[in-house]
Design a protein around this ligand. Structure first.
Ligand SMILES: [Zn+2]
Length: 298
């Protein structure tokens, strides 16, 4: 079931970070009850939070203005929540608030300080067709309409994990440009690169990074032919610039399912696959999601 994402205090404060400084945890009560993966987190990273608590427990938490949604571990012990640090998150200490209530007992406070570390950006430059730098009024209308469409797509997500185990790359070829690069388009600072580019000759099969529901499958101005998958709990992956789309909106897909063929549609300099990861309004480093061990957490 897709449910509205009402928990966000601010879409742009998404700055969910967490770098668990071991020293911090050890200096406080309940040292083993909360574990973060990865233990040291940079801006742009997904973070899996594990809380060691009985299945009957009620767990509440929030981090930098966002509520955490805990779900029971599969097979294993305790509870998990998915969180993340936006690529543009401020560095420094943050408070991860977690409280656990078992039966009718008093709440145990497992809150602690988490340090957010800076991500390391590179700078790159690109030349694209002028129409993508200064769209005309017709194009602007289209762009605005597509902003609305995307906002609706991101406003709801399944209320449980739809993913199965770890994520896989959408293509087998190597990535060519990393997440976080500051990009100059035609000499102007246009954006921070919020995805991962894979070398992909025209018509390379592009596959689902994990199971989920296709929530968008259509042509967009900048993204070109684009497929967005909802993996649940606010986590989405986006495949852009496709030459062909093989799925439809509303379709459930398994990990590895064929989404379409790579191409060069939208704002591109040539054929490639741009693959992006989004959680609660934050863009995350796909490489970090691919490294995240989700086996015990669905
Ligand atoms: Zn890209």
């Amino acid at each position: 079931m897709r449910t509205p994402r009402f928990k966000a205090v601010s879409r742009f404060a998404v700055v969910f970070s967490c770098a668990l400084i071991l020293a911090n945890v050890q200096s406080q009560a309940e040292p083993d009850a909360v574990a973060l993966s990865p233990a040291l987190v940079e801006a742009g990273s997904p973070v899996l939070i594990h809380v060691d608590a009985p299945a009957t427990a009620k767990i509440e938490g929030d981090w930098m203005g966002r509520a955490l949604e805990f779900f029971p571990a599969r097979g294993g012990r305790g509870w998990y929540a998915l969180a993340a640090v936006d690529i543009e998150a401020a560095v420094g200490p943050s408070t991860l608030r977690i409280s656990v209530t078992v039966a009718k007992g008093a709440a145990r406070d497992l809150s602690h300080t988490v340090e957010i570390h800076a991500a390391h950006y590179r700078t790159g430059s690109l030349t694209v067709e002028p129409k993508f730098m200064e769209p005309d009024p017709e194009e602007l209308k289209r762009i605005e309409a597509e902003v609305e469409i995307k906002a609706k797509v991101y406003a709801a997500s399944a209320n449980e994990p739809l993913w199965e185990g770890n994520f896989r790359a959408p293509v087998t070829s190597a990535p060519t440009d990393s997440f976080g690069t500051r990009r100059m388009f035609n000499g102007k600072l246009a954006s921070i690169h919020k995805g991962m580019d894979f070398r992909a000759r025209m018509r390379t099969p592009v596959r689902a990074g994990n199971s989920g529901v296709v929530v968008l499958a259509r042509g967009l101005y900048y993204e070109g032919n684009c497929v967005i998958i909802d993996h649940g709990l606010g986590l989405f992956t986006l495949s852009m610039h496709l030459s062909k789309i093989n799925v439809r909106e509303g379709q459930h897909v398994a990990k590895g399912a064929l989404l379409g063929l790579s191409g060069a549609t939208g704002r591109v300099t040539g054929p490639h696959l741009h693959w992006a990861v989004r959680w609660e309004g934050a863009y995350l480093d796909p490489a970090k999601l691919l490294r995240l061990n989700l086996i015990a957490a669905r």
